[in-house]
Design a protein around this ligand. Structure first.
Ligand SMILES: C[S@@+](CC[C@H](N)C(=O)[O-])C[C@H]1O[C@@H](n2cnc3c(N)ncnc32)[C@H](O)[C@@H]1O
Length: 266
């Protein structure tokens, strides 16, 4: 026995040591840096600094008369070939400048969820939709981590000049992906970060490579870059058809009837 005990202790030693070792540290998803762009938040995600959210007091800038010439949103919306009856979410809808153009294409049988985190912006949206007699846009108050949309409900989600200012980009894309139907489109319209001649602050632009890097951690496949706009790229991703299995909230697609009965805002 005296001979066996040291052997047993030696055999158990690595197990005891392993159990006492601390778990490897998981790197934090976001990083705060003191040295950063004065127009940014100092919060970084996958090497990119997150921009400050555009306040509701600047809503008039979204409706500036020169916008159509600079961004050609009619052309952009046409290129996306929305179908009659589509269920769309305009995330970071602002005053609804783009939403009201989509509203015409999808017709009365379609729905646009106009999601924003600023209640004041949703008030501007409601006023403008009433002014244009548009009835298929539903305001939804989201949070910085959740657009509060029904699971697997949307054919298309569009974000025009919004993604780069998400405070929690990982959580938002995860939640948006859950809200897309399998095969549904996620459309990101961002000012081209590759082009220094575009007169927009660097922090409010994104490169195609950076957008792809950030989407690659989600069950999304890159489909296309529609590069016909003067200043922006239109990057289209599709939710993987088999990804519903990993979405614990995506039990079954929401029926059209349920969507139409959904309250205007939460
Ligand atoms: C620059 S504006 C763009 C508005 C609109 N897409 C347009 O092009 O006219 C950005 C909007 O995104 C909203 N926003 C920022 N973070 C958001 C989030 N996590 N979820 C929803 N909206 C958000 C802001 O409140 C603001 O209204």
């Amino acid at each position: 026995m005296r001979q066996i005990l040291p052997l047993l202790a030696a055999a158990l030693l690595p197990i005891v040591l392993t159990a006492a070792e601390p778990a490897p540290a998981v790197p934090p998803r976001y990083e705060i840096r003191a040295d950063h762009d004065p127009n940014g938040t100092g919060k970084f995600y996958l090497g990119r600094e997150i921009a400050q959210v555009m306040g509701h007091r600047a809503a008039d800038w979204l409706e500036r008369p020169e916008r159509e010439e600079e961004e050609q949103t009619e052309k952009m919306v046409d290129a996306l070939k929305f179908r009659e009856g589509e269920i769309v979410a305009d995330i970071g809808v602002g005053s609804g400048y783009v939403a009201r153009k989509i509203a015409k294409r999808i017709g009365a049988s379609g729905i646009i969820y106009g999601v924003d985190i600023q209640q004041e912006m949703l008030a501007v949206l409601a006023k403008r939709m009433a002014m244009f007699r548009i009835t298929n846009v539903r305001p939804v108050l989201g949070t910085v981590t959740d657009p509060k949309l029904p699971p697997a409900s949307c054919d298309t989600m569009i974000l025009v000049d919004v993604y780069h200012e998400f405070d929690h980009p990982f959580e938002m894309v995860a939640a948006m992906t859950r809200g897309l139907k399998p095969g549904g489109r996620l459309v990101l319209v961002e000012f081209r970060g590759e082009d220094p001649s575009i007169p927009i602050k660097t922090i409010h632009k994104m490169t195609e490579a950076q957008v792809k890097k950030e989407m690659a951690v989600h069950p999304l496949d890159f489909a296309e870059n529609i590069s016909m706009l003067p200043w922006q790229h239109v990057l289209i991703f599709r939710k993987r058809a088999d990804s519903a299995a990993t979405d614990d909230c995506c039990v079954a697609p929401t029926s059209r009837a349920a969507l139409l009965q959904r309250p205007a805002a939460q």
